[in-house]
Design a protein around this ligand. Sequence first.
Ligand SMILES: Nc1nc2c(ncn2[C@@H]2O[C@H](COP(=O)(O)OP(=O)(O)OP(=O)(O)O)[C@@H](O)[C@H]2O)c(=O)[nH]1
Ligand SMILES: [Mg+2]
Length: 740
Amino acid sequence: MAKYAAFDPALEASFKLYGIFAMARTTPLSDIRNIGIIAHVDAGKTTTTERILYYTGRKHTIIDIHDTKDLKTSTTTDYLEQEQKRGITIQSAAVSAFWRDKKINLIDTPGHVDFTIEVNRSLRVLDGAVVVFDGVAGVEPQSETNWRLADNYGVPRICYVNKMDRSGANFLRCVDMIKKRLGARPLPVQLPIGSEDNFKGMVDLVEMKALVWESDDKDAEWKVLEVTADLADKLHITVPSDRKLLADVQKFRTELVDTCLEQDDEAMEAFLTHGTVPSGDILRACLRKGTLNSAFTPVLCGSSYKNKGVQQVLDAVVDYLPAPTDVPSIKTVDADGEPIGERATSDDEPFSALAFKVINDIYGALTFIRVYSGVLTKGASVMNSTRGKREKIGRMVEMFAKEANPVEEARAGDIIALVSLADTETGDTLCDAANPVVLERMRFPEPVISVSVKAKVKAEQEKFGSALGKMVRADPSLHLETDRETGQTILRGMGELHLEVTLDRMRTEFGVEGIMGEPQVAYRETITKKITEQYIHKKQTGGSGQFAEVWIVFEPLERSTGFEFVDETVGGSVPREFVPSVEKGLKVQKEDGVLAHYPTVDFKATLIDGSFHDVDSNAMTFEIAAKAAFREGIRKAAPILLEPVMKVETVTPGDYLGDVIGDINRRRGSVQDQLERGTNIAVVAIVPLSEMFGYIGQLRGMTSGRASYTMEFSHYEPVPRNVAEEVIAEVAKAKAALTA
Ligand SMILES: Nc1nc2c(ncn2[C@@H]2O[C@H](COP(=O)(O)OP(=O)(O)OP(=O)(O)O)[C@@H](O)[C@H]2O)c(=O)[nH]1
Ligand SMILES: [Mg+2]
């Protein structure tokens, strides 16, 4: 599969011939929109992206998701075989297009919780987002998770209530859910005209015009009508709730105008004293300002599938979402990740960029970067300030989904990819070596499911290992471990789908097949008591001996703090050069917990004293002593097992509510909330992951296939004693069987 076909030198030459190179700034910074499309799974992000590419003239056909299963065709952004087959987005894909002379760089992200890392890293480098909602389901679990992520990264957004053509679509219910479930201040800037089969278009509350499509065809034009009292009759809108919405149009217009005027004192004054109604331009300026400072979130509606409202979303992106210069400058941090300053978004500042994604396949590595300041040119030598290494910039490309178009330089605000960097990983900063900075880090989600993996054919184990290494390098929500007793390779990920897709991609992208064992819960161990442990390592073997003594205090830390090592020795009781060996010993040994070999987390180890021998002490002896101190000490520190607990949301028709809740209780779950979800009820619960295997089958059986669920990692919690004993016994049995 010639994936990066445009790396072909002949093609690159032809690009040169046609001058497709940005040598000076061709698009002013204020004309750039770096945006993401985020939503729950199936809300219609990819469908909307396809239309955006079509209406901006970037492609001449529209491919629908359900037409790609036979692999004969694909949408632009879901080009992976796994995406085509499953009809879901797995990895984010970047495309760009022009609309009203503005350059829109757009990233289509996945909605499935297993691939949340893709949303995470996209939001980290984007300036704004379009949040898509399914007009029937409204706010769903991943809408909420992604909304919170966008809050964390301070990303301004607009809401788009899609699928207004679906049976059960309800715009106001969705707006209400945005308010209640997301705690946001949604501000409708459009109202739908009709719904379901009779969805015809929308009232633009800014211009107070009705936009009505003549058909569902992709090339259908919309008519612009006056918003008159008989609009509903004229357009044959019969459903009472649809008619009510149109009857209330003035109320919504008033809300829009009042809310907008909060952003503009002068216009407010003119309105209050002279009754001057703000113009469309003034309202749009207010909407922009309010969106950028998160005073409210504009809400639009449409049906991407029926080709209604997409151009209006594009208008809103241009009008309301930020240019790179509209968002606060990127923060710079010190070695501990604490903010120490900022770097202004400008070509005139020294170069800085963040690597937010690395794609690796047999053709090499592609590192996606977002340039925050300065200009990067081909051939430059820059610094990876995260790792203190130099990187030589070879080929630079602008990606259009899987297509790579060569560029000669990149400027502040640009998102491009670099070919074959040596040492740069996701989250690293690249910068001008003369003006080094480290940009704010990224945060990665916790992978909680693990499986053992190996090559299907034994002879391919090495190839498999190298491919797996590359997959893990590309996806920070995957972790690789080796079980030190059994020698098995253990892959940790976000969910079963994530792990399955990873292995399947190794088949299509690296040509190597793997098999995996049963998914296991990624338990953790921790301690609950503070203790002091002394350990003397002493050995006399023939001539030279081995000696090291350490005194270490082990104490529990708060959940999710990981591991902390502190050296408090004085007077050289442990020579300074051996202190790192003590830390290393602990770091290695903590991965193999004393209860059931799970990694030990959330504790602090303080080296308080020790002693050494002039001849017999060295780095190795201190490492050995530290490991032993851990093994002995942790046993005395009341160790416990921790298990990942999931937030589960089960959507069920009301008839089955009792059964669903009963079943959740049997799974050691606790119900937190029950929410109305259209005609269904969403049961929100906290359930241990270990109890969730096989849930889908049980749920379907119980509800005649009418309920569905999503889950995501919530936190780690102590395992009840009786369950812990079982887990520990099972691990011991499994290890015994494997090592026998
Ligand atoms: N009726 C209707 N169906 C739609 C609309 N938009 C999308 N769909 C359908 O919804 C399904 C999911 O659409 P996608 O565009 O793949 O959704 P997505 O948000 O990209 O999904 P993920 O990337 O997997 O999270 C497809 O079958 C689409 O045809 C719409 O406006 N109306
Ligand atoms: Mg998609």
